[in-house]
Ligand binder design. Structure first.
Ligand code: GLU
Ligand code: MG
Length: 452
């Protein structure tokens, strides 16, 4: 029923849903919504009349997690921190039912009248454009994990350390979750459906307090925007319930949260990945090229899908996060799992962590698929059985330091993304590396204080 649509012209949403507040936001390098809050009617009037040309300090696109600007480049102190212009998608305002009386207008950063070349959405759009020019159009479904804790760092006297996982044991597929976790799942599903972004399913995962959410297939950019909004919803709903939702890739030893990207490819004749699209489970030649491209390119572009020092602690032996760059048919020990049947046959890329910006992680995946298809690359044979023990398969990068050294010097990365994008993302990643290199951790002290 059109009258109930949660997206559209903001004037209609204001009347229909009693919207008082509009968030005008863009997406930062970390995949977070950043922007300002406005009185809904005033903002809409000013945007419509042209009295407001929204802008935002451009450094939002270039800081680290803690909003520290880099030492060099277009978002550094040398830049003078000028504004970037925002191009708001006013016609597609969306209500955010998890915030009372609030709607969102997403805006693209622009520079010189063009999409800002370093904005995550532009990086992704460029890769999509190049792949589609070759023929295949991707469809994307995102599956993400996170950990729910009881308490919030503000309420608990000992801060983050005092948080306890909201589920006490391995809750994989559990349907007897504690009431607070069940209620969280219910609110998350209801609020996201209310925003026109229904989840496919919510499921208990194996880490203590871990939850997995899957989303229906969609267009690549829509799937990523949905994921950014979902994270905002999950964090907000959790806090309202006195819980904390963490998307760290490895919030504690032995717990890893992934963001698996499911990708299928289509042309006007239909799905392209299955050799026999009616019911087959074998990959087409094009599918094999895509797999080969992914396994070639992803290790070169690791900071796009594993952006922090912590991201690499997730790649632990037999943790269901991959440690080897291998692929296999319905094999969860591999970095790329071929899954589904016939028309739904797809590639599940299991490398990205829940901490990654979905737009950048997907840009790396699309770049890999394109290279594989364009160059008709052939993968090594698929792995059956335990890929963690396939010592012949290359290792997933083991640290941000290793990943960054490879990324910064990779001719392939420069060719695929362009040097300015590589330099920008390398600067962002290096800030996290430097942050940790300058600090002594609890684990170091525990081991070394008395014994060294
Ligand atoms: N937690 C695993 C990861 O970090 C994935 C578990 C699963 O197969 O869903 O990727
Ligand atoms: Mg999972």
């Amino acid at each position: 029923m059109a009258a109930d649509l949660p997206t559209g012209q903001p004037e209609e949403l204001i009347g229909r849903f009693g919207i008082e507040t509009v968030l005008l936001a863009t997406i930062d390098a970390q995949g977070r919504l950043k922007g300002k809050e406005y009185d809904a009617r005033t903002l809409v009037e000013r945007l419509r009349s042209g009295a407001l040309k929204p802008e935002m300090c451009g450094y939002v696109l270039g800081t680290d997690l803690s909003m520290t600007p880099p030492d060099a480049g277009p978002f550094s102190w040398q830049s003078g921190f000028g504004d970037v212009t925002l191009l708001p998608d006013v016609e597609n305002a969306r209500i955010l039912p998890w915030l009372p009386g609030t709607a969102l207008v997403l805006a693209d950063p622009v520079s010189g009248g063009c999409p800002h070349p370093l904005a995550p959405g532009t990086v992704l759009a460029e890769q999509l454009h190049r792949l589609v020019r070759l023929g295949p159009v991707p469809m994307v479904g995102i599956e993400t994990e996170f950990v729910l804790y009881e308490g919030t760092a503000r309420d608990v006297a000992s801060g983050w350390r005092g948080l306890r996982p909201a589920v006490g044991g391995n809750g994989d597929y559990a349907l007897d979750q504690p009431p607070a976790v069940r209620e969280f799942g219910r609110r998350l599903r209801r609020h996201l459906a209310g925003a026109g972004l229904p989840v496919e399913a919510v499921k208990g995962e194996s880490g203590h307090g871990q939850v997995e959410v899957t989303f229906p297939y969609g267009q690549a950019i829509d799937a990523c925007e949905q994921h950014v909004l979902f994270k905002h919803a999950a964090k907000t709903i959790a806090e309202e319930q006195g819980l904390t939702a963490s998307f760290m890739a490895a919030p504690s030893t032995g717990v890893g949260s992934g963001m698996h990207l499911h990708v299928s490819l289509h042309d006007c004749d239909g799905p392209m990945l299955a050799a026999d699209p009616a019911h087959g489970i074998e990959l087409s030649e094009l599918g094999e090229h895509a797999v080969a491209g992914l396994l070639t390119v992803l290790p070169e572009l690791a900071p796009l899908w594993a952006p922090y020092v912590n991201s690499y602690k997730r790649f632990a032996d037999r943790s269901f996060a991959p440690t080897r760059l291998a692929w296999g048919r319905d094999n969860r020990t591999c970095a790329v799992r071929v899954v589904g049947h016939g028309r739904s046959l797809r590639l599940e890329v299991r490398l990205p962590g829940a901490d990654a910006n979905p737009m950048l992680a997907l840009a790396a995946v699309i770049a890999g698929i394109r290279l594989g298809v364009a160059e008709k690359l052939t993968p090594l044979p698929a792995v059956g059985g335990d890929a963690y023990r396939r010592l012949d398969a290359p290792l997933v990068p083991r640290s941000l330091e290793e990943a960054l050294a490879r990324f910064e010097t990779s001719a392939l990365a420069g060719e695929l993304l362009g040097e300015p994008v590589v330099a920008h993302l390398a600067r962002v990643a290096r800030m996290d590396l430097d942050h940790h290199a300058a600090r002594v951790t609890d684990a170091e002290v525990e081991r070394g204080l008395a014994q060294a």
